[in-house]
Design a binder for this molecule. Sequence first.
Ligand code: ATP
Length: 598
Amino acid sequence: MRYPPSAALPDRPATRNLSALRRLLHFIQPYRWILTAAFITLIIAAGSVLTFGQVLRTLVDSGLASGSIAELNHALLFFFSIVIITAIAITLRAYLLDWIGERVVADIRSAVFTRVLQLDLIYFERIRTGELISRLTSDTALLQIVVGSTLAMAVRSALLMLGGIIMLAITSPALTALVLLGVPIVIAPGWWLGSRVRRLARGSQDRIADIGAYVDETIHGIRTVQAFNHETIDSQHYGERLEAAFSIARERAWNSALLSGVATLMTFGAIGLVIWVGGHQVLTGELSGGQLSAFLFYAVLVASSVGSLSDLSGQLLRGAGASERLMELLEMQPRITAPPVPISLAPPVRGCIECEQMSFYYPSRPETPALDQVHFTIAPGERVALVGPSGSGKSTLFQLLLRFYDPSSGFIRFDGIDLRALDPKELRTHIALVPQEPVIFATSAWENIRYGLNTATDAQIRQAATVAHAIEFIEKLPQGFNTDLGERGIRLSGGERQRIAIARTILRNPRLLLLDEATSALDAASEQFVQAALEQLMRDRTTIVIAHRLATVRHADRILVLEHGRIVATGDHTSLMRDGGLYAKLAALQFQTTDQVI
Ligand SMILES: Nc1ncnc2c1ncn2[C@@H]1O[C@H](COP(=O)(O)OP(=O)(O)OP(=O)(O)O)[C@@H](O)[C@H]1O
């Protein structure tokens, strides 16, 4: 088992360890030359900033103090040259690093999304969609900042800090000793408050992910929300989450404000002290005015570098946490995979299904079998109806046939080959599922039908829509096939959505059709169209249908009756009715008797 045990997403507290950032190297590696160029510009920029202190010293001591215009001009020329070099280096550094940040994050997003799409259903049972989306957006956004600026800023600050200290020592060793002694006193409160701010910021981010997940769930279920008059309650729940987020954010804001105040007090207090001591030295002639100016410049530089290093270390830690979560997502291995050497289905694929003493337990319910010693064979082209009370395992059987899960024991074979020996991709090209609630995407009718077969031409799509009796309503839509069907097909009726799904399946032309009949009754006209479309779809292929209509069970070659995951009876409608038993009871209760009363 390669998933974390309790949650789908590794939702651990942010790591205290920056080594998680090392895992980003794999993504940065392809751009190492650009990164090298960026670091060269970074070093040039940092070097130029350090040179400013010397420029200042020359300006004061040689330019101003000497009273010579020529020397002043000379010093200013030096100053402008450094300004130009710094500006060019900063421009290049900013662009190159931003570029790398955006590029790496785009690559990570793409890799994570591709991986998530490959994970199997057990993963999606555990995860909240909103949370995943928030991870994909907020964690990657954090990484973008880390790769695109924080890392480089940290290196820059470290360079400036070290360079600054060296220049301080060169300028005035005595004052430097004083400053270094004072540094711990100046930065200690900052570190303490800074770590509080970071912890609160992390809490605030988790609350925001929680709010995102709640909004996602509520908006998805907006019809249910409104139908149950749940708007006020949901607003209240949302409000409570917002308040929780706000109270953490308020605490963070207060600590952050305090941090700014304390940092200002400490920094300027320390500068004042240096001016006081240094000023005395200038007066006694131990130090020149230029030296004191340069010293102050370097002292401010070192102080601000230390300050920004402490800020950046928080960001780096959060980035390391984000990187760790994303990399763990990336490293998750789907369990349903092709074997190293998959067996290919020999053409022509027939669509023969065998289930041999097959049992299945959902991983989250290891004590109750969802399917128990199921045993049957379905011949190519046969039409089989599955009937059983709710929870008897009908949909589970479909999921196993599509190999979303593997049996816990026993076998399922397709054309005589164990599903586990096949590449699931190949298997699924021969199977199509028409669910009760078809999935419609927020795009045109063209694209929704083409979903069944990427390479389909417009003519093939029209043909499939005609066979599925979808063309009748598609052509009446405002822009015909180009009409956007709205998110989840919200602009279509239930019957229309089903006919789009049927057209899609016709295009796919599977050997095995898994059909979950809609339980909700359609109006007579729509029902007629859907039935006619289904008849076309079922022709000449093996079909297993979870039946809710009398017409379906009557036309089935065979009916399998499931109860508590077991097959309790098999036969055709007439013989099963004659036997009485569960089927007869279910038939009386379950089938929509629009066409004929039992
Ligand atoms: N993802 C899951 N994890 C754990 N148990 C599950 C899961 N999905 C279904 N079950 C359980 O497995 C059993 C079979 O469920 P299944 O959905 O196959 O029934 P069904 O016959 O299709 O029911 P219905 O007609 O109501 O759709 C039920 O007891 C159900 O609670």
